[in-house]
Design a protein around this ligand. Structure first.
Ligand SMILES: Nc1ncnc2c1ncn2[C@@H]1O[C@H](COP(=O)(O)OP(=O)(O)OP(=O)(O)O)[C@@H](O)[C@H]1O
Ligand SMILES: [Mg+2]
Length: 312
């Protein structure tokens, strides 16, 4: 598969703060590539550099092999951006917003009219197309925002948290539209801090925090970085040191994240199993108020990589 987007050693420094700290990744044709990271991770700053809204401090962005510094016009023609903050004219109707935006991209007359009608249908706004946008619900505005990013039929679509602040049903609609656009041969870079979205949608994803990519791969590949097995979480009146010492004496038990009073440990497949592992910890004199056993998910990987939860 040909790469549609290549990002090389991209950096952005604001004064003392390094918002994006040398990220590199490639998104291939027809892929949905996810950027999963908490507030302030550097997702929007990355998107802004990729679409040419913000000059990088260092690094390079290529869209279908074309450098954004060398040929910004060509790159902008090939990519569509759906910004995190909904950017629509409230006094205008959905159709007028799309007409206006299509005009900026040079669409005119019958071609523009047809394209706008197509998009209104695709995002399910054809019934409300001629009402002022200020009457719309949050989910409807989000769908219009998405349609605006698609108006010039770009090859690459950058979606910056397109489902924030809307109800699950509205969110589902947006995800379905994204999947449909990709089925039509387009490529997507999708930022989110919702784990379920990343798992459901993305072919590959990067876990990002403090402007760095901490891990990259398919959902299954990333989970496998935690190891195969079950994740054991214990809580109680113990110190981090005592749990670490006790775990070290149990074969096949790997600490993932240990703090005073709370521990997350991986019980490897093919080892002595969960009950033997627990017995090992009990026999070291530890007692627990709460014990939980489950399959590891991306949230656990995130906690392991960053020491913090994905959600604030
Ligand atoms: N124009 C700016 N000037 C100074 N600092 C900035 C600027 N833009 C972003 N930052 C800082 O850069 C860091 C990354 O911000 P960014 O908006 O890229 O994060 P994000 O991952 O998109 O977060 P969120 O999930 O909240 O949208 C933050 O610490 C932010 O305060
Ligand atoms: Mg953001």
């Amino acid at each position: 598969m040909a790469p549609v987007l290549e990002v090389r050693a991209l950096r952005k420094v604001f004064g003392d703060l390094t918002a994006v700290d040398g990220i590199s990744f490639t998104v291939n044709e027809g892929e949905i590539y996810g950027f999963l990271g908490p507030n302030g991770a550097g997702k929007t700053t990355s998107i802004s550099m990729i679409c040419g809204l913000l000059d990088p401090t260092e690094g390079e962005v290529l869209v279908q092999g074309i450098g954004i510094r060398e040929n910004p016009r060509e790159v902008k023609r090939r990519l569509g951006v759906v910004p995190q903050e909904v950017a629509v004219y409230e006094e205008l109707s959905a159709r007028q917003n799309l007409d206006f935006w299509g005009g900026i991209f040079g669409l005119r007359g019958g071609i523009l009219k047809k394209r706008v009608a197509e998009l209104l249908e695709q995002v399910g706004l054809e019934d409300r197309a001629d009402e002022p946008v200020k009457n719309f619900s949050g989910g409807m505005k989000r769908r219009l925002n998405l349609a605006m990013g698609l108006v010039h039929d770009p090859q690459l679509i950058l979606l910056d948290e397109p489902t924030v602040g809307i109800d699950p049903q509205a969110r589902h609609k947006i995800l379905d539209i994204v999947k449909e656009v990709v089925a039509q041969g387009r490529t997507v870079l999708y930022t989110t801090h919702y784990l379920e979205e990343a798992e459901d949608l993305c072919d590959r994803l990067a876990v990002i925090d403090h402007g760095r990519i901490l891990a990259e791969g398919t959902v299954d590949g990333l989970k496998a970085q935690l190891g195969e097995g079950s994740l054991l979480t214990v809580q109680g009146q113990f110190t981090a040191a005592s749990l670490t010492a006790a775990a070290a004496r149990v074969e096949g038990l790997q600490p993932v994240e240990i703090a005073d009073g709370r521990g997350m440990l991986m019980v490897g497949n093919g080892g002595p199993g969960v009950s033997h592992s627990l017995e090992g910890l009990f026999s070291a004199g530890l007692t627990f108020d709460d014990i939980n056993i489950k399959e590891p998910n991306l949230e656990d990987l995130f906690l392991k990589l960053t020491g913090r939860e994905l959600r604030d």
